[in-house]
Design a protein around this ligand. Sequence first.
Ligand code: HEC
Length: 279
Amino acid sequence: MKKTILSASLLASLIALIASANLSAAAGAPCGNYLSEDGLTKGECKEAYVDASDKASLQRGAQVYMNYCLGCHSLKYARYKKVSEDLEIPLSMFQDNLIFGDQKIGDLILAGMDPKEAKEWFGNAPPDLTLEAGLRGPDWIYSYLTSFYIDESRPLGVNNKVYENVGMPHVLIDMQGTPRSVCRQMPLIASNGGIKQDPLTGEQLTQEKCGFLEVDNGTGEMTPEEFDQAMLDLTNFLAYMTDPLKIERETIGTYVLLYLFIFTMLSYLLYREFKKDLH
Ligand code: HEC
């Protein structure tokens, strides 16, 4: 009897394992048409190094969010007060600089725009972003925020590599400058992984590849590096939003492991004492 239960549960976990492997395979290219800098992979997100313990980064992210995103996207499962405490921003400073309109420090973080009107204007209502980092993952958000480009064929004049035909305007265009989707001459890669060369002249062979993102020089308030950092900070802030207890949880986890280790040592010593009496 015991044996059948054991093998049944083993079988069940095996099936679950195979199913989850299939699910992640089905995710395929999570970042749409996003082309990597070397031009070799399409659809793979850029990696965002989020760090919940970097309070300065979270504070900068919150500042961008409250100024540029909250007009449309609420964070309705969070309260201003909790955010100001977690991010170590003094309450009065938070209230004076990061809360707009007649909202109070104890309120939920609601958007300025009525979702129904927004749907009429943009085709899709801007979703709440409290749990966005859990839904899409930080890499996706970071790639999305850095993937807007000029596309005159779209109603808002912009498009996005990660989220093709998105209904969101490029709200950070002044900060970033004018991003364009451009073509570049890229080296041709041979089947052995080396760069293909012309057999007669020895010149490297190239091929035109399109879809790289480039910002027109000098059009943004920030340099490309500064903009990238700002988007990392914003992503970090959204990752914190989804999982505000991460730091606490990890600290508690360390203590639990420490406790278990000490407890194991004590049990072992006790076991040795008991064993002495047995022989
Ligand atoms: C003018 C209104 C507006 C502003 C401001 C705005 N967004 Fe959006 N955003 C939208 C709309 C509308 C969509 C839905 C687009 C769609 O589904 O086609 C969207 C979609 C998104 C999505 C994708 C949601 C998903 O998973 O489908 C993310 C992430 C996002 N916005 C982040 C931001 C961030 C971060 C900011 C601040 C820098 C911001 N948005 C500012 C209107 C806005």
